[in-house]
Design a binder for this molecule. Sequence first.
Ligand SMILES: C[S@@+](CC[C@H](N)C(=O)[O-])C[C@H]1O[C@@H](n2cnc3c(N)ncnc32)[C@H](O)[C@@H]1O
Length: 276
Amino acid sequence: MKSSFLEAALKRSEKFQLGTKYRFTPPAGLKDLIIQYLDKKKGPPHELAVDLGCGTGQNTRLLAPHFKEVVGMDISESQLEEARAVPGFSNITYKTGRAEKLPFPDDSVDLLTAASAAHWFDVPMFLAEANRVLKPGGCMALLGFADNYPKFTYKDCGDKLSSIYQEVKEVLKPYTERPVFESENKLEGLFQAIPFPDKERIEDFPLKWTISVEDLMGFISSWSMFQTYRAKDPTGAEHLLVNTEKRFLQEMGVASPKAEVVRNWEYFCVLASKPL
Ligand SMILES: C[S@@+](CC[C@H](N)C(=O)[O-])C[C@H]1O[C@@H](n2cnc3c(N)ncnc32)[C@H](O)[C@@H]1O
């Protein structure tokens, strides 16, 4: 029998699947900072990294050159299928499983990561498991991007585009689940709850992202809150997307939704090391 927690997580994972086209690979520079942190706190060898909530494996693959073995774990088998279909990473294994119940022995993992996923975890259960499986000196790195202050650039209308985007987020606020706010808050609650004294948070690792207006609408439609809204009001949701695209194109003075804008993101990363 499935626990109610697992059932709720699996139900959410139906929503996550819709978003796979709009998944981002975290910045390589941030990954380098994570590896440097691990080297400072634990040092070599780098035997095992586990990427939790790995989805289709973007972050998992970034880790592959740095470890003897990398395991990507997710509650969604269909996302893991997509991850497994990417060739060329012989040291990666993908497993179905939950961040709250890890199939690893005590003191066996060098690095635990989660990219845009830790806000969905049950924090006390996950932290207990992290404490159990990490080697002494082993580290966790929980990264993601906050979407609080969007900054678009396009000729002289970047500010207008940013405020249109912000309006969309306001419309969707009533449909936004608490974990999404925790992510926007750069995992503040989870950070405070980490029992290791050695912890820090990178708050604003910059990334520039060029995206077409069409794909930006696709990205919005992949948000869990958009899908909740669409389930309740399909016409309203459709109208929101169509209207937002139209307003973007009008401000930009272009006709084609393939026109591209630049978006500045800020990644964050919670880092912590288990005491030696
Ligand atoms: C927004 S996606 C991020 C996927 C990927 N890490 C990325 O950066 O694109 C969140 C992922 O977390 C997974 N997930 C949610 N709750 C989980 C849990 N408790 N344990 C493991 N995976 C979970 C979902 O199935 C989904 O694939």
